[in-house]
Design a protein around this ligand. Structure first.
Ligand SMILES: Nc1nc2c(ncn2[C@@H]2O[C@H](COP(=O)(O)OP(=O)(O)OP(=O)(O)O)[C@@H](O)[C@H]2O)c(=O)[nH]1
Ligand SMILES: [Mg+2]
Length: 447
């Protein structure tokens, strides 16, 4: 480290030769008072010099330690599963630390659950509006069990919970510029500190420690949980209602494939005594804003002392230019590609998710800063791909070049793998091996 050796004082240099301290030499005709002042200034200067030396030593020690660790950068579009992979690393290498955070996920997961409820209510309300504006094809042909008065009653019943959800989101999370209804995480794990759990990340795009929640804010969280419990039956019957399921199907809204889906577990999650499981935490959705680096020191005896430095970033299109400073340091990049060929980007509903991943992939492959970096592709969300294909969706409808290739999981995965591999070969500045895995990052323990 040239800057370290340039700034450090050579051991052979005496204090009086030090140019910094040398300016404190006694002037001619110095009075006693001036001499005392100068001695004090000299002592202060020596103290500062020692502190600088110590901090340089500490920086060097940390840099050496970091060099021996495994430095991983997680990349991929928003919702590709980067934070889910990070949580899997935590679960695999630092399970005790991971489980200590269990409590802070309760509120997040309960808010995720309510987000799905809001989506259903919005769809039903839109549906009723549409029916009111269009006369039925034949009298009585709309037999909607969730008619407008039922929806209004449901809205009314859930309104204290919904308004409390708005307050909680404001209190704990960041509003995104995309206007997304999802909860967003202000630069990593700082929200966990708010909820009383000390941050474990090394550095992030927001290093300010937030204030802990006040008693009244904690009371709000606990009231929210109790209100949710009181609404459990309403939520459960809403989700199980056949008419609701049919409406969602007609509108092609597949809630199970969306981030933070917990409606199949209402009874368990909407209980005030609910404790999230490992799998719940991995599935919990909080959109990453900015970046955060996590330092993991393996807790297992087999890998004792192994260290990982994992950087998790936001995958939003508007955030991707801020990834570049991390390229220099990364030893390995895990590049997440969710194979959800029938989904569009939230940020731009005209852009297909897999096409966006391919565009991003080409840029990453061609980047000269990453010429020596190992890049591993995780073709993620394989469980969702299987569900999409089982529902009968045809790949060629969304990706015309797929043509008449069989519409089944293995063929679809191979087709996309071949495309990513071809660009990797064509665009890499130097030859390197293409490595990929098919993953479902919500399956805890997949690593
Ligand atoms: N079904 C399924 N869900 C997944 C999988 N991987 C991630 N998810 C879920 O998809 C959602 C988005 O995952 P995240 O890990 O938050 O995505 P991200 O890439 O960190 O997204 P940003 O922070 O917005 O950049 C979460 O609710 C995850 O639980 C998967 O393989 N299968
Ligand atoms: Mg994330």
């Amino acid at each position: 480290m040239s800057t370290l050796t340039l700034n450090a004082q050579p051991a052979s240099m005496s204090l009086s030769e030090n140019p910094f301290i040398g300016t404190l030499k006694p002037p001619a005709n110095e009075t006693e008072e001036e001499r005392v002042q100068r001695a004090r200034a000299l002592q202060d200067a020596q103290k500062v010099s020692r502190q600088i030396d110590e901090s340089l030593q500490e920086t060097k020690r940390l840099l050496d330690r970091r060099k021996n660790g495994i430095r991983i950068l997680l990349l991929g579009q928003a919702e590709s599963g980067k934070s889910a992979v990070l949580k899997n690393f935590q679960l695999a290498f630092t399970p005790n630390q991971f489980r200590k955070e269990r409590g802070v996920w309760k509120t997040v997961i309960q808010l995720n659950l309510l987000n799905s409820v809001k989506t259903i209510l919005n769809v039903l309300t839109d549906n009723i509006d549409a029916q009111l504006n269009t006369p039925p094809p034949s009298p009585g042909s709309y037999s909607n069990s969730y008619n407008s008065s039922k929806i209004r009653r449901l809205h009314l019943g859930l309104s204290p919970l919904l308004s409390m959800e708005t307050s909680l989101n404001k209190m704990l999370f960041t509003e995104t510029s995309s206007g997304s209804p999802e909860i967003s995480l202000p630069a990593g794990s700082k929200w966990k500190s708010k909820l009383g759990f000390p941050s474990v990340s090394r550095k992030s795009s927001d290093d300010e420690e937030p204030d802990r929640l006040t008693n009244s804010q904690n009371a709000l969280i606990s009231t929210f949980s109790k209100l949710l419990e009181a609404s459990k039956e309403d939520i459960s019957s809403l989700w199980k209602d056949e008419e609701v399921q049919r409406t969602l199907e007609e509108r092609e809204i597949h809630l199970r494939d969306r981030p933070g889906f917990f409606l199949d577990d209402v009874d368990r999650i909407a209980s005030s005594h609910y404790q999230p499981t490992d799998s719940d935490i991995v599935r919990g959705r909080v959109r990453t804003v900015g970046f955060e680096e996590y330092h993991l020191v393996s807790e297992s005896a087999a890998m004792k002392g192994s260290e990982f430095y994992i950087t998790d970033v936001s995958g939003m299109r508007s955030s991707r230019s801020s990834w570049v400073p991390f390229f220099d340091d990364a030893q390995a990049i895990l590049f997440l590609v969710p194979l959800v060929f029938n989904q569009m980007l939230d940020e731009d509903p005209r852009v297909n998710r897999v096409e966006d991943s391919l565009t991003l992939w080409k840029e990453i492959c061609a980047n000269v800063l990453l010429a020596n970096c190992n890049i591993i592709v995780f073709f993620n969300k394989m469980d969702i791909l299987r569900r999409i294909l089982a529902s009968g969706a045809q790949v060629r409808k969304y990706v015309p070049s797929y043509g008449d290739t069989p519409n089944e999981t293995a063929s679809v995965a191979k087709y996309f793998k071949d495309r990513f591999k071809a660009y990797h070969k064509k665009l890499s500045p130097k030859p390197r091996t293409f490595i990929s895995h098919e993953t479902s990052a919500i399956v805890s323990g997949f690593l």
